[in-house]
Design a protein around this ligand. Sequence first.
Ligand code: FAD
Length: 286
Amino acid sequence: MEANTAMRVDEVSAPQTLNDAVAVFKRWPEAIVWAGGTLLYRRAARENSKAAVSIIDLGNIHELKTIMRTDRYLELGACVCLADILDLPATLSLEPLRTAVGKIGSATIRNMATIGGNLAAKDFFMTCFAPLICMDAAIEIRDKNGARWAGMQNFINQDGSPAFPSASILSRIRIPISNWNATAIKVMGNMEAGEPCPATFAASARVEKDILSEARLILAGKRLARDRNLELALAGKRLPLAARDMDMAKQNGFLAARAAGFSEDKARRFSANLEAFLSVSLEAGI
Ligand SMILES: Cc1cc2nc3c(=O)[nH]c(=O)nc-3n(C[C@H](O)[C@H](O)[C@H](O)COP(=O)(O)OP(=O)(O)OC[C@H]3O[C@@H](n4cnc5c(N)ncnc54)[C@H](O)[C@@H]3O)c2cc1C
C-alpha cells in the first residue's frame, strides 16, 4: 500500500481500544503511531524514505478524543484536535497553550492535527511542548507495562533532546487550571517556509504583592533550554526587577540557549524575549 508517494506502508492496524493499540507493538515493535498524520506526512515527504512501515492508526479509539474538565484540571485525550482546543470556552484559563495552538498551521491543519501528535514528536519539541511545561501539565503513557502519569519534564533527555519513549502511546494530557499573572508565547521560525520545527519561547509567572513568586522560562526546538537556577534566583524579587537582575536573566538565558545548541541569533532572541516578558508582560500582569 502506498499512503503517499513518500511513505511505503506495509501494514495498518486500526484498533478500537487503547489496550488493543498497545498490544499491536508486540507484533510490530517498530510500528509508527498515526494520529492526525500532519507531521508524519511532512517528515515522510521531506525524507522521502522508501523503507516499508507498519502503522497503528489511533483514529478509531473514542476515549482518545474526550475532553474532561474538573474544578482543578482540564484533561485532553491525545487525539483531541488543535481546533477543538481553540473552541474551549474563552473563560477557561488556558494560557499560554491557547495562544501557542493558534499559531500552528492553518485552520485546515488544526482540524486534523492532534495535541498528542504535537507532544509525542520524536526529533523536535513542537510548539505545544514548552507552554505545557509552563502550565505544569502531566501526560499519561500507555505501554506493555500499563499506564503511568509523568510530568512533561520527564520527557526531556539530559542533553535537552526529546525523550518520548518508543512502543508507547500518549493517552491523556492533564493541565492544572490555574491563573498565571503573566504568560507569553513567541514562535521563531515558520514550518510553512520549510523549517522542520520553529523554536518556541514560552513563559509563565505568578506575582504576589509586587513580588515575583515563581517563573518558568523556556526555549524549545530541536533541544529544550531552561535554566532552573535562573528561575529560582528570580523568585522572591520585587518588581520591577533591578537592572542587575534583568542583566543576569538576559545573560543566563542566552548562555542556556547556546548550551542547548541554539544558534547565536535564536539565543539572542530568547534573551530579548526574556527581557520583554520580565519587564512589560510582568508589569502588565500585576
Ligand atoms: C503547513 C504545516 C504547518 C505546521 N506548523 C506547525 C507549527 O507551527 N508548530 C507545530 O508544532 N507543528 C506544526 N505543524 C506540524 C503538525 O501539524 C503538528 O505538530 C501536529 O500537532 C501534529 O499532530 P498530528 O496528530 O498530525 O501528529 P502525527 O503526524 O500523526 O504524529 C506526529 C508524531 O507523534 C507520534 N504520535 C502521534 N500521536 C501519538 C500518540 N497518541 N502516542 C504516541 N505517539 C504519537 C507519531 O508517531 C509521530 O512521531 C505543521 C504542519 C503543517 C502541515
